[in-house]
Write a protein that binds this ligand. Structure first.
Ligand SMILES: Nc1ncnc2c1ncn2[C@@H]1O[C@H](COP(=O)(O)OP(=O)(O)OP(=O)(O)O)[C@@H](O)[C@H]1O
Length: 619
């Protein structure tokens, strides 16, 4: 497993540039949110604006109330007249106005919350779909690369919630910015210095927050192989397909201990970071509080000396308090945006992963009917030292069958992966009907191939859909399910199942039925038969789990239906291999013998020796 190295810290002079450079994803996140729902985005913007301006209006009305009260009290004392609704109305109308403003703020905030929650759901779905759509365009080699897999896991784990987080914070920043500007308008009349003091007081917390979010992100990125191991252990310890073995071999304590150890390491790192982050946050936050109380004292002294009215004092205190809260909220938003941007860089790194060109556009070869040719094909897996296939040449014509024989790891499955274009040869070329596979339109090519891999997928879907998966165009075609199942010998047992072809398979869903290995293999074989248009049938150990009678029936069916199809078979059972027109014996990625059964037996080489070895076992 390769480890993603933590990003090196930028040189000192570049720190600021690196900090702001990180914000480049903000615009893309905003576009994404806009595309998700214009109405909700506009609604968010409107509520943000309202919730931003109204607090300053409330503070201003507060001043009017206090000054009106002071004036009314003086008037009342002078005239000694009794209180009437008319005489108190000049004060009460401000109280009424303030109540209205507060109600409007509450409404705007509810609106914000509602729209955010709707957008969160829509956006989460959109990003997840983007991640999965991208996964469909990537090559098998990319999935097998641990570094790429890390990117995918990180993108899926964190990034789907980040775009909205970023947009929310952008709006919160705007809202607080508007509040601050409107408070600023009120404060300017008191003193520009006061504004300066409040801003300076809040800056240190902001710098420390930004630094620690960067650290947290680097930690998150650097440790993703460990988190992946944790997720893997969770799966092994709690999934039905592994629990059988885990129990019987008594692996729980061992795996659980490994799981705990990973957590302890990660927790230690988290704890250190959290403690440092929060203690610095507290200490630097004190500076902000100090600045606020300094300004508070100043306003009080000015009021006592008579420079400010009581109403003005009330307003300034409110403005200071709310202004300071808005300022630190803005700074937290900015450092949060910085953090979201860092995480979004994961998502976009993944989405921008280069996609290998899908090859050509041929739907017909230069020599139709020529079949499959391998010309001196060699292949080395990415990152591997030695080639898995070397100098392989073969020809398989329509109506013929070819069997591959060889020890474990000799390269048989690799050859199939090249033929199905899951990988491309590193040397030589593969031709279908006289044209290089790379020139073929990949969909046309794949439609011509029906394949069963050794590790075929057991979909937790209906039985019929497990067959339909072999041909997406007939995914729900019951008549075709049945035809394929009959050929794959699955029809008899499917009929005895409680819901017939509509029975749910697997244990994940209610009422799901589990099948035996041999029954699953029949399903896989029937799935390969679903591809009616396929003229290349690739079978990698198609009957390994079947009983002897089923196996014999399967091969009898092959011979009968072969006609103009090409069959490529991998099997360790010589009883099935012997019937092939051509047999290739592969060793260490190279073809060491070739011919039909009779000629290979006559050669008396590796094939003949292995055949006799197996035949002896049956005597
Ligand atoms: N995805 C992969 N990445 C790197 N190396 C691989 C990969 N898959 C297989 N190999 C290596 O390539 C070689 C050939 O493997 P392959 O699966 O083709 O063997 P096989 O002949 O089908 O074996 P078996 O009979 O066990 O199915 C092996 O040495 C294996 O370790």
């Amino acid at each position: 497993m390769r480890r993603t190295s933590p990003a090196p810290p930028p040189p000192n002079g570049n720190r600021l540039a690196a900090f702001f450079g990180v914000f480049r994803y903000s615009r893309r996140a905003l576009t994404l949110v806009w595309q998700t729902s214009r109405a909700l985005t506009l609604g968010l913007a409107a509520c943000t604006l309202i919730a931003g301006v109204l607090p300053a209006v409330a503070a201003w009305i507060g001043q009017l109330i206090v000054d009106a009260v002071v004036a009314a009290m003086a008037h009342h004392q002078q005239t000694g007249a009794s209180l009437t609704l008319e005489s108190t109305w000049p004060v009460l109308r401000y109280v009424l106005a303030e109540a209205g403003v507060i109600a409007a703020i509450a409404l705007a905030q509810r609106g914000l919350a509602a729209q955010q929650s709707l957008l969160r759901a829509l956006l989460g779905q959109k990003v997840n779909v983007m991640i999965l759509e991208k996964a469909g365009t990537l090559s098998l080699a990319q999935f097998e690369d641990s570094e790429f897999y890390d990117k995918l896991t990180r993108a899926r784990r964190e990034a789907s919630t980040r775009p909205l987080g970023l947009v929310n914070k952008t709006f919160a920043l705007l809202q607080n910015g508007i509040s601050l500007a409107s408070f600023g308008v009120l404060l300017v009349q008191f003193s520009l210095w006061a504004i300066g003091i409040l801003v300076l007081g809040a800056l240190p917390v902001f710098v420390s927050e930004a630094k620690f979010s960067g650290d947290a992100f680097r930690l998150f990125r650097w440790r993703s192989p460990q988190t992946r191991m944790q997720m893997y252990l969770e799966t092994v310890l709690a999934r039905e397909d592994s629990i059988k073995e885990v129990k019987l071999f008594g692996l729980e304590p061992l795996l659980l201990e490994r799981y705990r150890r990973i957590f302890d390491t990660l927790y230690g790192e988290d704890r250190r970071l959290t403690l440092r982050r929060e203690s610095w946050g507290f200490l630097l936050g004190l500076l902000g509080t100090l600045a606020f109380y300094g300004a508070y004292a100043w306003v009080v002294v000015e009021t006592v000396s008579g420079t400010l009215t009581l109403g003005e004092m009330t307003m300034y205190l409110m403005v200071f308090k709310q202004g300071q809260a808005a300022l630190s909220a803005s700074l937290t938003s900015i450092s949060g945006m910085y953090e979201d941007n860092l995480y979004l860089s994961n998502l976009y790194e993944y989405l921008e992963q280069p996609v290998a060109p899908q090859g050509g556009s041929l739907t017909q070869g230069a020599k139709p009917g020529d079949g499959i040719r391998f010309e001196r094909v060699g292949f080395t897996y990415p990152g591997a030292d030695a080639p898995a296939l070397r100098d392989v040449s073969l020809h398989l014509a329509p109506g013929h069958s070819l069997a591959l024989v060889g020890a474990n790891g000799s390269g048989k499955t690799t050859l199939i992966k090249l033929l199905t274009r899951l990988y491309e040869p590193s040397e030589g070329r593969i031709l279908l009907d006289g044209s290089d596979l790379r020139e073929w339109d990949v969909h046309t090519l794949r439609r011509r191939i029906g394949v069963i891999f050794q590790d075929f997928v057991r979909y937790q879907l209906k039985v019929g859909e497990n067959l339909g998966a072999g041909d997406v165009e007939a995914f729900a075609d019951e008549a075709r399910w049945q035809e394929a199942a009959e050929r794959g010998l699955a029809d008899t047992f499917i009929r005895t199942m409680p819901g017939g072809y509509h029975t749910q398979l697997g244990r994940w869903f209610k009422g799901g039925q589990e099948l035996s290995s041999g029954q699953w293999q029949k399903i896989a074989l029937a799935r390969a038969y679903m591809r009616e248009s396929a003229d290349i049938l690739v079978l990698d150990e198609p009957t390994a789990a079947m009983d002897a009678a089923a196996e014999a029936a399967v091969y009898a069916d092959f011979r009968e239906h072969r006609r103009d199809k090409m069959t490529l078979l991998i099997s360790h059972r010589f009883s099935t291999v012997r019937a092939a027109d051509q047999i290739l014996v592969i060793d260490g990625g190279e073809v060491i013998e070739r011919g039909d059964h009779a000629s290979l037996m006559a050669q008396n080489g590796r094939y003949a020796r292995l055949f006799r070895l197996q035949a002896e076992g049956y005597r």
